[in-house]
Design a protein around this ligand. Structure first.
Ligand code: HPA
Length: 279
């Protein structure tokens, strides 16, 4: 069933372009405009892809763009589906399955997140070096139910999920752009509320560096499918127990301000991948 649904969606996308993407990119809140920079782009509204949804969240467009970026053939999700919108975890992660079926062996995911480190600043970019998938740990998990071995193993392992050849490329790109890449643990909560002070204190004690409402299920499914993953949080606000309450406008504003730097980081990584491919 899932397998056939993936195949149906893959075929709809593949009928629109001969490009075979190798890297899937998910652009989170406010970061979608990088998709405008694709060369030879084919843009497909989510409404035309079976199993995809149109995002209702402000700051999220609802298009899949296929083209070249940094010399790599990519599939770019301009906007994602969130669990808090009422989608199931299977629905949230379906596009990752489709990107994998289209040929993507790598997933680069981005999100907006609250920073739990008082010494960090709005606008910092954090590479996820691990994740806590809190909804998944309590039963809201995209892999619950029948496991189709064609898609991946019953029991995927998550230790080491974020370690691969792309990490030095990310660090190197950030250094060449003149900024320090933060690295830390991302925790996904279902949302849609911004956390209470007690919840933020709890997360700090758990060793969480950034908190958000996405990404972890997509990473989970990408790893299930054997994809290499790289993920980044843009710190759009400091989520500190004694700080000011967060709001969606500041999240979008910080995304807007960081766009050029975030875009340059992603492009630089893709360029390095291209160089490594041809070296
Ligand atoms: N909490 C949860 N999700 C978020 C935040 C936050 O502070 N900022 C951006 N996304």
């Amino acid at each position: 069933m899932l397998y056939e649904d993936i195949e149906t969606a893959r075929a709809v996308v593949a009928a629109r372009t001969s490009l075979m993407p190798r890297v899937g990119l998910i652009l989170g809140s406010g970061l979608g405009s990088l998709a405008d920079e694709l060369a030879d782009a084919t843009v497909i509204p989510y409404a035309e892809i079976p199993g995809f949804f149109t995002s209702q969240v402000h700051g999220h467009r609802s298009e899949l763009a296929l083209g070249h970026l940094g010399g790599q053939p990519v599939a770019v999700m301009r906007g994602r589906f969130h669990f808090y919108e009422g989608h199931t975890m299977q629905q949230v992660t379906f596009p990752v399955r489709v990107m994998r079926a289209l040929g993507c062996h790598t997933l680069i995911a981005t999100n907006a997140a609250g920073g739990l480190r008082p010494d960090w600043q709005v606008g910092d970019i954090m590479r996820l070096n691990d994740q806590i998938f809190l909804p998944g740990m309590v039963g809201q998990h995209p892999l619950i139910g029948h496991n189709d071995e064609r898609l991946g193993p019953r029991f995927p392992a998550m230790v080491g999920a974020f370690e691969n050849e792309l990490v030095p490329m990310a660090r190197d790109t950030a250094a060449s752009l003149g900024f320090t890449l933060r690295e830390g643990v991302y925790c996904m909560l279902s949302g849609p509320h911004f956390e209470s002070a007690a919840e933020l204190r709890m997360l700090q004690r758990l060793g969480v560096d950034a908190v958000g409402m996405s990404t972890a299920p997509e990473i989970m499914v990408a790893r299930h499918g054997g994809m290499r993953v790289l993920a980044f949080s843009l710190i759009t606000n400091l989520a500190l127990p004694d700080g000011a309450p967060a709001n969606h406008e500041e999240v979008l504003e910080a995304g807007e301000a960081a766009k050029p730097r975030f875009g340059a980081l992603l492009r630089g990584i893709l360029e390095r991948m291209t160089k490594a491919d041809t070296a």
